[in-house]
Design a protein around this ligand. Structure first.
Ligand code: SF4
Length: 378
């Protein structure tokens, strides 16, 4: 990438280590704000993707799309979003459906906690006598599952309130444009990013401005290959002037992941297999899986499983799984089926992959079923 001189472009060059000491007002003077907004909006109007949720100003529809888009790719969300809205077209329809039905409609999107919290929020709204979402950031944030980003998105897009937002795409775009040395998830980084996003906000079409920020972050200022030649902010971008877009956002040193061992029971009962529902307060709370036990080693996890379900027979498979803070090693053992369900958190399932499973449970069941089809196990 060609190195450019920031000062020749009328931009104050700031050494990266200094940027963390500056305030949003110093990094983004009032005289520059209007030009940045204008260039963002012009890009968005000419190049924005035609996505189904962009055709709606319905707060409920915007809410559903924003929750689905957290941690899930746009291409995966598009068909699910339309099907979900056909099945649950309003806050009342979502509240009237049981949590189980919402989780079933969520299948394929992952991170089911988002669906459960959305259902709780719908119940809360209906209990308050509301037919839609509130038109205020503080009231939105008081609902389960709605954080600062989602509240900003709903408030600005659905209600035209000048509310700022910062998602991963905005983080990257702002970190590079202003060459921020503070990691985005650090206290200093968050303060700077939110401060800059607030300074960029305007009373005129705030939803459009936020969507323009996210669109340029997603489509132009891409993580691996930023398209600086097509960027509306290239002339004033400090990372581009340094020739170092990839140096931003800066990273925080990660703590090593904890190791966790899980033993699963594969208890076949006729044409079904036994599943259990995890306790609400636990990791993957409320989702289904094979009966399980955990331990600090594979042997301890197996011993704990035997204490729960009886003797284990052969090992049917094992697999690794990585969580944000944990490295999981799972083993699946054949066991005898229980004579009857030990409690209401147990059930037989002839189609276990259709149950609302967490990701590791889905992988474990898929592994045993695939091997059974190949005649290797079960
Ligand atoms: Fe990102 Fe390049 Fe645009 Fe700078 S010029 S904001 S690095 S795409």
């Amino acid at each position: 990438m060609a190195r450019r001189c920031a000062s020749a472009l009328g931009v104050v060059a700031v050494p990266p280590q200094i940027s963390a000491l500056l305030t949003p007002e110093q990094l983004l003077p009032a005289a520059t704000v209007a030009a940045l907004r204008r260039r963002l909006r012009a890009y968005y109007r000419a190049h924005r993707r035609d996505l189904p949720w962009r055709r709606s100003r319905d707060p409920y529809a915007i809410w559903v799309s924003e929750i689905m888009l957290q941690q899930t790719q746009v291409d995966t969300v598009v068909p699910r979003y339309e099907a979900f809205l056909r099945r649950f077209p309003s806050v009342q329809a979502m509240a009237a459906a049981g949590e189980q039905k919402i989780c079933e409609a969520w299948a394929g999107l992952g991170y089911y906690r988002r669906a459960r919290l959305m259902h709780q929020a719908a119940l809360q709204l209906v209990a308050q006598g509301s037919t839609t979402l509130p038109a205020a950031v503080a009231a939105l944030r008081a609902l389960p599952g709605i954080g600062a980003y989602t509240a900003g998105a709903i408030a600005s897009i659905a209600f035209s309130l000048p509310a700022a937002l910062v998602d991963g795409n905005v983080e990257r775009l702002l970190s590079r444009h202003f060459a921020l040395s503070a990691p985005p998830r650090s206290g200093a980084g968050k303060r700077l990013l939110w401060g800059l996003a607030e300074r960029l906000q305007s009373r005129h079409a705030p939803g459009e401005l936020n969507q323009a920020l996210m669109e340029v972050g997603a489509m132009i200022c891409r993580p691996r290959q930023p398209l600086c030649g097509r960027c509306p902010w290239q002339r004033s971008c400090r990372a581009y002037a340094e020739g170092e877009p990839h140096a931003y956002p800066t990273a925080v040193a990660k703590a090593p992941r904890q190791k966790l061992f899980v033993a699963y029971a594969w208890a076949v009962d006729g044409d079904a297999v036994w599943l259990t529902r995890r306790p609400r307060a636990a990791l993957w709370g409320g989702l289904w899986e094979l009966p399980s036990a955990q331990g600090a080693s594979a042997a301890l996890a197996r011993a704990a499983l035997q204490a729960r379900v009886g003797p284990t027979k052969q090992l049917l498979g094992e697999l690794p799984h990585t969580l944000t803070h944990r490295e999981v090693r799972a083993q699946i053992f054949a066991v005898a089926a229980p004579v009857q369900a030990p409690d209401e958190a147990w059930r037989r399932s002839a189609q276990p992959l259709h149950a609302p499973l967490h990701t590791l449970a889905r992988k474990a069941i898929g592994l045993v079923l695939a091997r059974a089809r190949l005649g290797e196990a079960a």
